[in-house]
Design a protein around this ligand. Sequence first.
Ligand code: NAD
Length: 369
Amino acid sequence: MSNEGNIEITRRAALGEISRRVAAVTAAPLLLKNGQEKKLGWAIVGLGGLTLGEILPGFKECKFSRVTALVSGDPSKAKRVADQYNVKRIYNYDNFDTLKNDPDVDIVYIVLPNGMHAEYTIRALKAGKHVLCEKPMANTVQECQQMIATAKAANRKLMIAYRCQYEPYNMAAIELCKSGALGNLKEVISDHGFSIGDPRQWRLNRKLAGGGSLMDIGIYSLNAARYLTGEEPVSVSAMSYTTPNDPRFKEVEETVNFMLRFPSGCLANCTSSYGYEGTNRIRVVGDKGFLDMEPATSYRGIRLRYSANGKYEEKKFETGSQFALEMDALSQNVLNASTPRTPGEEGLADMKWITAIYESVRSGRTLKS
Ligand code: NAD
C-alpha cells in the first residue's frame, strides 16, 4: 500500500490529547485569582444561520463570555441584531483589522463559510485577538498550518469549534470508552447526513466550502471516531457517490463512506451525506459492551444508552447551549492561560484525514499514516 497520505499524527499525540480532555472533564471549575466573575468580550464574525440561531442566544448561558461586537457585510442586518442583543460595536469586512484597537474584544469567533476561515482567523490573530474558528478549520492542510503558525507567532489562543467535545453526552461516551467498561473497542459506526436544499448556497460551492458533505457533516463522523477511540487512525479507505445531473452537486460530492483502522485494531465505518434524510448516530462496540447515541451530535436531544457489566442503562444530563459551553471553555483558557481542549492541531488532524479520504476516493487506494 502507498504512503501518499503522509499523515503526520502520532499515537503519542493522540494519547496526550485524550488525557488533556479527561483532565478537563474532571477538573474543578477554574476561577479567577480574585474570585471575581470576569466576562471576556467576544466579536462574532458572520451573522448567518448558526450565529443567529445558536451562538448569540447562547451568550445568556455564559459565565465567562459576553458579546461585545458584531462583524457583518450587511449594515442594516448588523444594526438590527446589535439592537436585539444590546451590542455597541459593529464592524464590517473592510474595517475588520481595526478590531485591534478595541479593548472590549478579547476573542473573535469566525462563523463564515469554510473558505473564509483561514483569512479571517489570521487577520484576527494579527489584530492581537484570540480566535474560536468554526469547523472545518479551513479548506486545506496548508491553511490550517498557517493558522497555527500565526497563533503561535502572535502568542494568541486558537481553538476549533468542535462543540461535541464540550457537551456532556459525548464527553460521557468518551469516558465510557476510555474506562474499559466496554472492553477492548472493536468497532465504531458513525453516520452523519442530511438532504441539502438550495443548489445556490455556499455549501455547494467548492471555493467557499472546500468540498461537499465530508467537509460539513462527515467531519462529525471522523472527529467522533477519533475522540471516542482516543487514537489516531493508521489507515483509511473511502468510496464516494454523487447522483448524476443533480443540480446541487455540480462542484462537490454528495456522499462519502470511509473506513478507518486504528492502532489498537478497532475499525470505524463512517458515513457522510448531503443526499438523504437526517442521519445522526454513533455506535461503539467493544468486546464487553457497546454504546449507542442517537441523535449523537445534534444541538439538542442527544441520547446515550449503553450496555456494560451486564447492565443496559441510559445516561441523563441537564443540558443547555453547547455553544455557551465551548465559548466559556475558551474564555477560561484565556483567563487561566491554559490550552484549549480542541486547539488548531485538532482541526489540522481532521483536515489531514479529510485530505486522505478524498485522495482514497480519487485513487481507489488505502492510504496509511
Ligand atoms: P450561513 O450561510 O447561514 O451564514 C454564513 C454567513 O457568512 C452569512 O452571514 C453570510 O452573509 C456571511 N458571508 C460572508 N461572506 C460570504 C460569502 N462570500 N458567501 C456566503 N456567505 C458569506 O452559514 P452557517 O450555517 O452559519 O455556517 C457558518 C460556519 O459555521 C461554517 O463554517 C459552518 O461549517 C459552521 N457551522 C458549524 C455548526 C456547528 O454545529 N458547529 C453548525 C452550522 C454551521
